[in-house]
Design a protein around this ligand. Structure first.
Ligand SMILES: Nc1ncnc2c1ncn2[C@@H]1O[C@H](COP(=O)(O)OP(=O)(O)OP(=O)(O)O)[C@@H](O)[C@H]1O
Ligand SMILES: [Mg+2]
Length: 545
């Protein structure tokens, strides 16, 4: 393969990196710090990073009295004889030499490894090519490797994430407001859908994943429903909005004490609430909330006398819980709609949950918790069924649950009680993982953060957030420096389970070219719609599955 040679190794150490004398014809100005290159050693190819560039002279006299008004010709003549440039190069990964059919080191059979040695003198340095990037990050050929962006100093080269590994663990998308988290999440979800890596349940708090939204630049970008048609099923809470395929109502009978505790801040509950909730649910059973809210003052007083509860605090609790009486909350509801949602997921569809005008944290947290608890419970049953039957047909599809503003569910007080905390901690035991999207990672329980497989972060301005993103990560200094030097938009740092090494990337554009790449049969929202507001695609799929 034709490589663009840059120079040869003349020295260096394992810890500090290699010194490479650049070839005379190489224009130092065309090289950039952060460019990836490859050193061809005797047995290995070293995927490396240019860390520094230096200028040197063989004759110190020349530097003491530098020639004036050098012509380009003279400057070129001096270059390579009296003057030369040096690059400091840090090997990151080692892999078999390009084109090697015989793998010398069996440890290399599974792909690139962290560097353990250095090449000899005069090993050649060359620019990294798309082949080297494909060897390190995988190649986006429609399989499980999905291009997420390009290295900052090298536009046009793809860096892929391994979607199989993404769905194996919970993941986090972080970054200050406006850094591109929602766009990036949409890219990642599109990849998971297009490549069939998992099924998704997306709690779309701000209504930005299903249908088109306007970017800050003023252009309209497609939502996942528009991109993937009947593969995506939209549920809504607000019957006044038209988009959703179905609506969900919840019942007071579905609300458990843990749901109420999750809303402590939103409902301004006192610290004694937990004890009172235990008394209420023990005494009143499944219908505890409905019965409690319906209690007249006299009945409440009798209840307190019988159960030894404090009247004043139960009265206060009753007043606060009245706020749960929202248009989408009925007295008693079966789990039919949530179970239907589950059936769609089992058929490989993706579910987006929209809140419409009920997008206050209270609505979002209450509903997301109830829906997720039910779905995770059913998933657990399915997984246990599959483990008992050993029948591959019973094996559930991995499920990824996306939550924005994740710290609301996963802060240190809540993470132990909410279903989201449980999912984050139990890894993928029941085939369910989280995609946590948050601008304030410091609000998330460190135990949850340390379980996150792959972290993708845009710029973070708050020092505590930076620290939080690095929780439980090795090689912190290099990653911290990478994070700190990101631009405020479209630049991310990705590290963890789904990539071989931490990388700074320019995020892939979410635009027409991307739509083409992920959807071979994208359905324009207006054209394929029938009278009932459902696309033809939906109807066919509903009939035939
Ligand atoms: N990959 C991308 N392709 C195209 N435009 C992008 C991309 N990433 C970011 N943008 C631009 O940056 C703007 C902000 O991105 P986005 O809405 O994803 O930020 P955010 O981090 O989710 O912000 P917030 O915290 O306020 O929700 C977008 O409106 C869009 O104009
Ligand atoms: Mg956002």
């Amino acid at each position: 393969m034709q490589r663009n040679r840059l120079g040869v190794v003349t020295g260096g150490t394992f810890n500090a990196g290699l010194t490479v004398r650049l070839d005379p014809g190489i224009n130092v100005e065309a090289l950039r710090i952060g460019t990836f290159c490859v050193v061809e050693g005797e047995a290995y190819r070293y995927f490396s990073l240019i860390q520094d560039l230096q200028l040197h002279a063989t004759d110190p006299g020349l530097m003491a009295s530098p020639p004036r008004d050098l012509s380009p010709f003279l400057r070129r003549t001096l270059a390579g004889t009296s003057t030369y440039a040096v690059a400091e190069v840090k090997p990151m990964l080692m892999m078999p030499k390009y084109g090697d059919t015989e793998i010398v080191d069996p440890a290399m059979a599974e792909g690139p490894k962290a560097v353990r040695t250095i090449p000899m003198h005069f090993a050649e340095l060359a620019e990294a090519t798309s082949f080297d990037f494909a060897d390190v990050f995988g190649e986006d050929d429609g399989g499980s490797y999905f291009a997420l962006g390009s290295p900052l100093a090298m536009d046009g080269l793809d860096v892929c994430v391994d979607l199989r590994r993404i769905v194996e663990r919970s993941n986090g998308v972080f970054g200050s407001t406006g850094t591109g988290k929602s766009f990036l999440t949409r890219l990642l979800l599109s990849g998971i859908i297009a490549r069939n890596a998992a099924v998704n349940l997306i709690f779309d708090m701000h209504g930005e994943y299903a249908f088109s939204v306007q970017s800050e630049a003023g252009t309209w970008v497609k939502g996942l429903k528009e991109l993937f048609g009947s593969k995506v099923r939209v549920y809504g809470l607000d019957t006044k909005t038209k988009g959703p395929d179905s609506h969900l109502v919840i019942g007071l009978n579905q609300i458990e004490p843990a749901d109420i505790l999750l809303l402590s801040d939103e409902l301004n509950l006192s610290p004694t609430t937990e004890t009172n909730l235990i008394i209420l649910s023990r005494a009143l059973g499944d219908e505890w909330l409905r019965t409690f809210l319906a209690m007249e003052p006299v009945a409440l007083q009798t209840f307190c006398e019988e159960r030894g509860a404090h009247l004043g605090s139960l009265e206060a609790l009753q007043r606060k819980l009245v706020k749960l009486r929202q248009p989408y909350v009925l007295e008693s509801v079966s789990f039919n709609v949530i179970d239907e949602m589950l059936q769609y997921l089992e058929r490989g569809k993706h579910v987006i949950f929209q809140f419409g005008r009920f997008s206050r944290p209270l609505d979002y947290m209450l509903v997301a918790n109830i829906v997720t608890r039910r779905i995770r419970e059913k998933y657990r049953e399915r997984v246990e069924g599959w483990q008992a039957s050993h029948n591959e047909a019973d094996r559930p599809k991995p499920l990824v649950i996306t939550i924005e503003e994740a710290h609301k569910f996963l802060n240190p007080e809540m993470a132990r009680q909410t279903i989201f905390g449980t999912i984050a901690r139990e890894l993928r035991k029941y085939f369910v993982t989280l995609l946590i999207v948050d601008q304030r990672p410091s609000g998330i329980d460190p135990e949850v953060l340390s379980q996150i497989g792959t972290r993708i972060s845009g710029k973070l301005t708050d020092e505590r957030d930076l620290e939080a993103v690095l929780t439980g990560v090795g090689n912190r200094n290099a990653i911290r420096a990478g994070l700190a030097s990101l631009d405020t938009r479209n630049e991310i740092m990705i590290f963890g389970h789904a990539v071989r090494m931490p990388m700074q990337l320019r995020t892939r554009r979410y635009d027409e070219a991307f739509y083409q790449a992920v959807s071979d049969r994208s359905v324009p929202p207006a054209t394929a719609t029938t009278a009932g507001g459902h696309s033809l695609d939906d109807l066919v799929s509903d009939l035939w599955g």
